[in-house]
Design a protein around this ligand. Sequence first.
Ligand code: 26V
Length: 803
Amino acid sequence: MANTLEIKEQFKEDFKRRIVERYGRPLEQAHITEKYMTLGEMVRDYASINWSDSKNAVAESKSKQMYYFSMEFLMGRLLTNNLMNLGVYDVVKEGLAELGIDLNELEDLESDAGLGNGGLGRLAACFLDSLSSLNLPGNGNCIRYEYGLFKQKIVNNEQVEVPDQWLSLGNVWEVRKPKHAVDVKFGGHVDMWMGEDGKAVVNHYPSLVVRAVPYDVPIVGYDTKVTNTLRLWSAEVADDACDAASLNEYVNEVREICRNVYPDDSTEHGKKLRLKQEYFFVAAGLNNIIKTHMETYGTLSNFAEKNAIQLNDTHPVLCIPELMRILLDEYKMEWDEAWNITKKTMAYTNHTVLSEALEKWPIQYVQELLPRVYMIIEEIDRRFKYALSHEFGRTDLINECAILKDGQVHMANLAIVGSHSVNGVAALHTEILKNDVLKNFYEIYPSKFNNKTNGITHRRWLLYSNPQLTKLLEKTIDSDFKKHPEKLENLMKYVDNEDLQKEFMEVKMERKKILAKYIKDTLNIDIDVNSIFDVQAKRLHAYKRQLLNIMNIMHLYFKMKEDPSYRIYPRTFIFAAKAAPSYTFAKEVIKLIHCVADKVNNDSDVSPFMKVVFIPNYGVSIAEILMNAADVSEQISTAGKEASGTGNMKFMMNGAITLGTMDGANVEIVERVGMENAEIFGLRADDVALIHRENSYDVWKKYHQNPEIKRVVNSLIDNTFSSDPKDFKLIYNELMFKNDEYLLLADFEAYVHAQNRVEERYKDRKGWARMCLVNIAQSGYFSSDRTIEEYAKEIWNIESVKM
Ligand code: 26V
């Protein structure tokens, strides 16, 4: 084994040589992007040794593999993560420094791989990190989008979307694998007849054939050789292009499949494109898995024993009829055998209870785009309805649970019928699925339902993004927690230690200074690092109630203006949120936050006590400097609506206090830290359900009862925060003329009180530090390692790779 010094010298030599080989000039003349690319390629090549060994180990042991099918993987940057997981970060940093290169500058050149919208996509990325780090054979399957989720700019207080050209420097982590390309067929018509063997012969004459080419990304585990694969599919022209009207049209049709994450679906074209994307990556991914399986075993009868597929929400649910199609049409299997294999292979995760987010496809689209797959869906639906009346004796549920009804394919229903496991992502969410949203299915298939509370990788979200806290923890409880995050609980022994409390507050201050510098550099706003950093960072959505947060700020502003003797403990309210491009209400809330910020930040009476900051372009890299600088974590969704939340866990792990409702995983956070170490307020999920059931809420009553509420609501339309009378009318109307669907005014007073309590508690510095330490100590449960171990044992039945 070479010592560190030798490794470093070797690295420096290799690095210099590679620059010359690749760019034809010496290091001294190389551009910084060339240095970045070279380092990335070296790291990838280094990881490739383990990658290859991992593939061999899995193939030789013939162990079962899991494939995580997800339309989204929000990977963020990989350079730091891979250097750290490979255990070479320090050596590389020093080596580069000796060559006059600052590793941090190279790290900053990497674009975020923003292949997703929010929590669902980041969860998939955390899961990949945990799978490799736990030595489990689990791979990702997704689309290689040409553009990531849009970049958010703020112009005149409004969100403007800019394309995210994340591939402009190339992607050093991917390896193109043309030998694994497959053709995916769309449209056209199907011929069927009875063959001599009495089995159906199916011929599909597609109107469009697209070549799917995989790009593989190594997923490097922490302190292990196990390296899994994230396979990203890219669409290219096929040799046999079919009857595309013109070459240009065909090329365009192909290219748009992989152009964007979640393309605009407000038009028919956009909707059909989304469906095309879904089938594209499902068909390509499945085809590949089957090919590999056949090469190893020569039969598909043991397919479910050797492969598990997790469907991340309903987006990849076409996996179910597509696997049926392959087994029936291409391998001539009988329906019952094919169906058993399919159900045993597939497992479905639900991520939302919001009915508008449950996917449904017009039958006509599916029929046109996927004629054979549609026939199979029809047959699944027919047999399911038959079983409902003949097996389950539940004719009453036929309409309720149908896959095909009111002209649509109900994807969640298809997912439940065609899989062996249905899971929610937090305890409360799973209960709501069982007792409310999916109640009928729970009655039919009680044993399919289970809970897997989400988690986050403590490597990215603690070890790498918060080295200051990591160092303090290592000093206090030793470094076991790095491999075994549940060991963070050892910190409980020290939470009363005043020296530790003080040191923790120093760490927090360092992180706050780093964030304050970022805010100064990018927004030119000065913030007080001694103020309470109160952060709400997540996608903008009505149910997440960013509006409730800003309404409290408006309320505080009015109160301080009205009464000069009333002053709050200095606080910096920080928001970060992207709104969907067509979500007008959400965009209006962003504008409101900016207009309130203008008023508050420029008012010399008030601004010493409060500042409002909106950090644009929230994504993984911003989260890495934002979460760990927070004192207060805002998790204030209407109870029952947030399936889990995962930001809440990142804040907790970095020692912030949850100010939240009893929703999603907040419930389990509080269960662990105790009510006294969080600030919980507002209606409970049961209360909300009752209010809706009995239709007992009257927003105008709230408005008239409480003059403070009235003042805030009126200020939305009386030009206090904007001179344009059109501004915020939409928000006002949503609240007052749609009876405040998300119950903001119902929770307003409770929220204001909770905010007051936060302030009181912050003034007790030791008590506050103790609370933060308890939160860190109890956060180990929320490592995605725990989540993945549960999936592996209870759903996938996979075991660790021996290398
Ligand atoms: C999608 C849409 C699209 C149409 C407009 C309304 C709407 C509302 C919500 C969604 C979310 C879709 C699924 C999703 O991203 N769920 C998130 O999954 C996270 C990981 O499990 C979880 O932590 C979040 O609570 C959940 O919202």
